[in-house]
Design a protein around this ligand. Structure first.
Ligand code: DGL
Length: 295
């Protein structure tokens, strides 16, 4: 164990608090197979969802720094909670001061573009006219919803679109326990869905704003009216990362193309590989690493 793993320069680092982010990794590999990927799950300290903003920021930064130390030039925060609580600070303060040549991207902005119905590559800073209206919803952890990151980003992009936000504190524990269906799971799914489905006009799109939630999709699909689209993030993030790379050729040129895929965790790697299989869609081997606390 230890931070000895050195994968070489140019891997795309993909970070999540736990194994849910493997759903995003699977989509990235499918859509952009030519690049090298190093996936880090901070399983030893997951879930992040109910932790304070300060702690989420510290844990996320330690994880990002570890990925940079392995040679990653670009890191994707697949975790909504980390994107919501830590990304802005990392982008605006940490990178310019300590890592000016590296990039960190999150999942909130691309997901908001998709919620607003925009194609990839919406110009940053561009705002849709307030005549573009509608009602959409996002479901996430306490940390994600409490940060109002989705609300802030959607308001910047499409001020005429109304957003319903709902924290679903029991959904990550359900997924972690493998309780994806059945009357017990359904009770908790309804508990968080009902306020969204019964608070006025029905949203046209519901975003599953947490990497764990795609596993609940079959059960959710039965509870949500068929005319309401349920968006999962893997495909959205992969499509928009591809677009981002086209618009940032200087970053794209730095990426390795050896077809390497490494999966590491801060907790027991056998447990992680057994639990993560369903998320990635195939078996894999994981390695355990230890993160360095920040000075
Ligand atoms: N990966 C987190 C997210 O997407 C969910 C799990 C957690 O609470 O750590 O928000």
């Amino acid at each position: 164990m230890g931070p000895a793993l050195r994968c070489g320069d140019g891997m795309i680092g993909v970070f999540d608090s736990g194994f849910g982010g493997l759903t995003v990794l699977a989509s990235l590999i499918e859509a952009l197979p030519r690049y090298d990927y190093l996936f880090l799950a901070d399983s030893a300290r997951a879930p992040y969802g109910a932790r304070s903003a300060e702690v989420i920021h510290r844990y996320t930064l330690e994880s990002v720094e570890w990925l940079f130390d392995q040679g990653c030039t670009l890191v994707v925060l697949a975790c909504n909670t980390a994107s919501a609580r830590a990304l802005r600070n990392i982008q605006q303060l940490h990178l310019p001061a300590k890592r000016p040549d590296r990039r960190v991207l999150g999942v909130v902005r691309p997901s908001v573009e998709a919620l607003a119905g925009l194609p990839p590559g919406a110009i940053p800073g561009k705002t849709l006219p307030s005549s573009v209206t509608g009602r959409v919803a996002v479901l996430g952890t306490d940390g994600t919803i409490g940060s109002d990151s989705y609300g802030i980003e959607l308001h910047k992009l499409a001020p005429g679109i109304e957003l319903v936000q709902q924290a679903c504190p029991m959904w990550v524990p359900l997924v972690e326990a493998g309780e994806l269906d059945g009357p017990g799971a359904e009770w908790f799914l309804r508990k968080s869905l009902d306020p969204v489905l019964r608070s006025g006009r029905m949203p046209s799109r519901i975003l599953l704003g947490c990497t764990h939630y795609p596993l609940l999709l079959p059960a959710l699909r039965r509870l949500v009216p068929p005319e309401v689209a349920i968006l999962t993030q893997g495909g959205i993030v992969a499509e928009r990362l591809g677009n981002w790379l086209e618009r940032h050729p200087e970053q794209e040129a730095r990426l390795g193309r050896g077809g390497r895929r490494e999966i590491v965790t801060t907790d027991d790697p056998s447990w992680f590989a057994a639990r993560g299989e369903r998320m990635l869609g195939r078996t894999f081997t994981a390695t355990q690493v230890r993160l360095r606390p920040l000075d």
